[in-house]
Design a protein around this ligand. Structure first.
Ligand code: ZN
Length: 226
């Protein structure tokens, strides 16, 4: 059974890398709200321009816009067989909306990647992103990468990764997203992962945690129908 997975964690926790790896290993789509928004920015649509101003202030795009984007994407046939959702939900309001969107599907599995704040600040202030396709350069390699591993594009510091904006983003995360973790924590399919480890170690931990969560989620569903 392909899982319906949510990847949670603060900016800089490695959600994007881990979501990509998990989705590829399972042959299911990675649904990144960041990618969807960046495509809108690139296309220069009205939504894209509004979103751009909000993101450059280090703020988050409103619930209604995000929920609409996610509902539309998860209703597509490829995502009906499982998905890895990244960058959503970010608030309890979004999480309750997501529960409605996926009603009747196998239980959501929640992976929460935990990293100390000091480590996040260190990672974020060094993060590079491709100017062409938006891929984040993988941190933790010896030599600083010079070009995008996906498209060969030029790497630049993210517009929203200056020190002041980094601290603002972590503050927004604490305020809005910590309650979200508490919302999901009581579920048998909630998994907490140590994200301060090397990326490969994190990948392995996620794979085994998800197997456990699938078994627990299946038993919980059985319990409800009996
Ligand atoms: Zn690129």
């Amino acid at each position: 059974m392909a899982p319906n997975l949510i990847m949670l964690g603060p900016p800089g926790a490695g959600k994007g890398t881990q979501a990509e790896r998990f989705a590829r290993a399972r042959g299911i789509p990675r649904v990144s709200t960041g990618d969807i928004l960046r495509e809108a920015l690139h296309a220069g649509t009205d939504t894209g321009l509004r979103v751009k101003a909000v993101m450059e202030r280090g703020e988050l795009v409103g619930d209604e816009v995000m929920i609409g984007i996610v509902r539309e994407r998860l209703d597509q046939p490829d995502a009906r067989k499982g998905f890895v959702l990244e960058g959503f939900p970010r608030t309890v309001a979004q999480a309750t909306a997501l529960d409605v969107i996926v009603a009747g599907r196998p239980p959501l599995i929640i992976v929460d990647i935990v990293v100390p704040e000091s480590e996040l600040v260190r990672r974020l202030s060094h993060r590079l992103i491709c100017a062409d396709c938006g891929t984040t350069a993988t941190p933790g390699t010896d030599a600083a990468p010079v070009s995008c591993t996906r498209c060969g594009g030029r790497l630049v510091q993210r517009a929203d990764d200056t020190d002041a904006v980094v601290l603002e983003r972590l503050g927004v995360y604490r305020r809005d997203t910590k309650p979200l973790v508490e919302y999901y924590r009581p579920r048998p399919t909630f998994c907490s992962i140590d994200g301060a480890q090397a990326p490969d170690r994190v990948t392995a931990d996620i794979a085994s945690a998800v197997e456990g969560a699938i078994r627990r989620g299946f038993r919980a569903t059985e319990g409800q129908t009996r």
